[in-house]
Design a protein around this ligand. Structure first.
Ligand SMILES: Nc1ncnc2c1ncn2[C@@H]1O[C@H](COP(=O)(O)OP(=O)(O)OP(=O)(O)O)[C@@H](O)[C@H]1O
Length: 569
């Protein structure tokens, strides 16, 4: 590593004039509010009560200066604009420093959820064809032993140096100390990052984010949910913590394992919220459930926003009771490929609950300003041009499509998946890409969308289609039922709808299942959309995704159900 003084002269590529880049906010914030804390992380030390000390903090000035130093140091290691770089770093100060350094330099971070299946992880890393790999020692060791990301020829280790891990991040930073602004003038269409989906419907796909997508996301989050600069956020869903500095907020990274939100200790979250006066909370549904169950009031919180999966109505209702009367609880709808798409506030959501329980689906609100949301006839085939898509009438179930500033246009190295999810549309201004969400919904007379489930999970019976999120809420009302999952067994078009049922903990299935089954059949029989379901199977514990701990592995359940049913003659 070269001496730091040499790097002091490392020239910025072009001073970032007019950069379309979320990191462009850092020099502005560093000038306007240099001492404001951008991020606060728990650290290793604990106070007398056993809570994290949160002694790792970065001011805006530090985040700006140190990310410049790292960007300059990375350039010296050969990591420059346009290069794909895997980042496997825990959400501490180093993660944010590295990410903003990469954004500033126009390097393309590749992020894969560490919680996903190890084989899928290896495939994702290979598919991304990265040039470099920045990881903690554990990730670097796994890279070597498991032959991850073999295309990556440049390694940086975050933490103690390993013989095979290249220089440490500390060395990289030292080499760049004193560097001038490293913000390059990234173009709106330039690739900014590759983010892998959590993969609840198959192997995760790398979503190609361009700089304009991130910039638009920040604007939409600010405008739709009132995330004003100066607030204090508790982002419990790691990727979203990156938005805090971009929004001028102070982000407090909670003391929890971000890959296990359902296991988070609510007392630690409360401690952080109270100590730093958190005004907003960004959480996965699993985490909101933990806070709701804990039941202690959250007097400083003004806005709660969930992410990535539906939030059970009971959780939303309980959260409301714990918050100040005028606080807002938003459940946005969106996906890695396009976020946010639509949103609904808890008061309106509460008023739609009765409809959900009668089989109409879950209301996900109105499209967020800037999005053009259209519903099209359901098909599993690719649709090349918008002319070939058929829009459905209001009230009819169709696939959700979105054209808008955050709708991404491709998966990395996955032409087939891209073809299945994107539609080219000619407009007066040129050609734009419409993203197919792979989700089903209908639109009501007020322009609100009602989520009916994922397209891949629909059941096509001989008498017509059944949709998971229309059917399951009806059965979920049974007090001894924890959750249910509708799957189809057999050939599409002649599928038998089967409801897998997981009972509440403590219910003695051996004694009560027959009764519960009869009650469920009666409950289902009284509603149009659930009446065709006549086969129920009790399952001990549903497979769920790791990230949200909520998305039911319906593919696995369908295979399980098929084995348990007698074959048709
Ligand atoms: N408010 C919501 N209500 C209902 N479902 C939601 C909501 N928000 C997100 N979802 C579901 O989560 C999906 C997006 O999740 P994500 O981007 O993590 O992909 P994934 O489902 O985990 O992975 P993959 O797309 O690879 O299968 C949406 O398409 C939708 O099915």
């Amino acid at each position: 590593m070269a001496a730091s003084s040499a790097a002091a002269s490392a020239a910025p590529t072009d001073a970032g004039a007019g950069a379309c880049n979320i990191a462009a906010v850092l020099p502005r914030m560093a000038a306007a509010a240099p001492e404001r804390i951008a991020l606060r992380c728990p650290g290793r030390h604990r106070n007398l009560h056993g809570f994290a000390r949160y002694d790792l903090a970065l001011t805006y000035a530090e985040l700006d200066r140190r990310s410049d130093a790292i960007a300059a140091g990375l350039a010296r290691c050969g990591i420059v604009r346009g290069m794909r770089t895997v980042v496997m770093v825990r959400p501490g100060p180093e993660f944010f420093l590295v990410m903003f350094a990469l954004f500033k330099a126009g390097v393309v971070p590749v992020l894969v959820d560490p919680g996903i299946d190890k084989r899928a992880l290896r495939q994702c890393l290979a598919e991304a064809e990265p040039h470099a790999f920045i990881g903690i020692p554990l990730a670097q060791t796994a890279r070597v032993l498991l032959r991850w990301a073999t295309s990556a020829t440049i390694q940086i280790t975050v933490g103690a140096r390993l013989p095979w891990g290249g220089p440490t991040l500390a060395q990289v930073e030292a080499a760049g100390v004193g560097a001038a602004s490293q913000l390059v003038a990234t173009m709106p269409d330039e690739v900014a990052a590759i983010l892998f989906t959590s993969g609840s419907t198959g192997v995760p796909k790398g979503v190609v984010y361009r700089h304009r997508h991130f910039v638009a996301q920040v604007d939409m989050l600010r405008d739709a949910f009132g995330m004003a600069a100066g607030g204090v956020d508790l982002p419990t869903f790691p990727p979203f913590a990156l938005f805090d500095p971009a929004l001028g907020l102070t982000g407090v990274i909670p003391d929890m394992d971000p890959t296990r939100p359902a296991k988070a200790d609510p007392r630690r979250l409360h401690d952080a919220i109270a100590r730093f006066g958190a005004t907003q909370l960004f959480g996965s549904p699993a985490l909101l459930k933990v806070l709701a169950a804990h039941g202690a009031p959250l007097p400083t919180i003004r806005t709660v926003t969930s992410a990535g999966a539906p939030v059970p109505a009971a959780t939303v209702a309980r959260m409301r009771e714990l918050l100040p009367a005028d606080a807002q609880v938003w459940t946005p709808y969106g996906a890695t490929e396009c976020l946010p798409v639509a949103a609904i506030e808890s008061r309106e959501l509460a008023a739609t609950r009765a409809m959900t329980e009668r089989g109409f689906g879950t209301c996900i609100g109105r499209p967020v300003a800037g999005n053009s949301v259209r519903l099209i006839q359901v098909t599993d085939a690719a649709i090349a041009g918008w002319d070939e898509a058929v829009e459905v009438a209001d009230g009819e179930v169709g696939e959700i499509t979105v054209a808008g500033p955050t709708a991404t246009d491709a998966y990395f190295n996955r032409p087939e998946a891209t073809a299945l999810a994107k539609i080219a549309e000619r407009t007066a201004a040129g050609t734009r890409i419409v993203h197919r969400m792979g989700d089903l919904a209908w639109r009501d007379g007020e322009g609100r969308l009602w989520f009916c489930g994922r397209k891949a999970h629909r059941v096509e019976s001989g008498t017509g289609p059944l949709y998971t999120d229309q059917v399951e809420p009806i059965f979920d009302l049974h007090p001894e039922v924890r959750r249910t999952a509708l799957v189809g067994v057999g050939r599409r078009g002649a599928q038998r709808p089967v409801l897998c049922v997981e009972l509440e903990a403590g219910v003695d299935a051996a004694r009560h299942w027959r009764r519960i089954e009869a009650e469920l059949l009666e409950l289902g029989g009284s509603h149009l959309r659930s009446a065709p379901v006549r086969t129920l199977l009790r399952h001990p514990r549903f497979p769920v995704d790791i990230r949200h701990n909520a998305k039911i592995g319906r593919e696995a359940l369908a295979a399980w159900a098929a084995k348990r049913l007698p074959r048709p003659a």
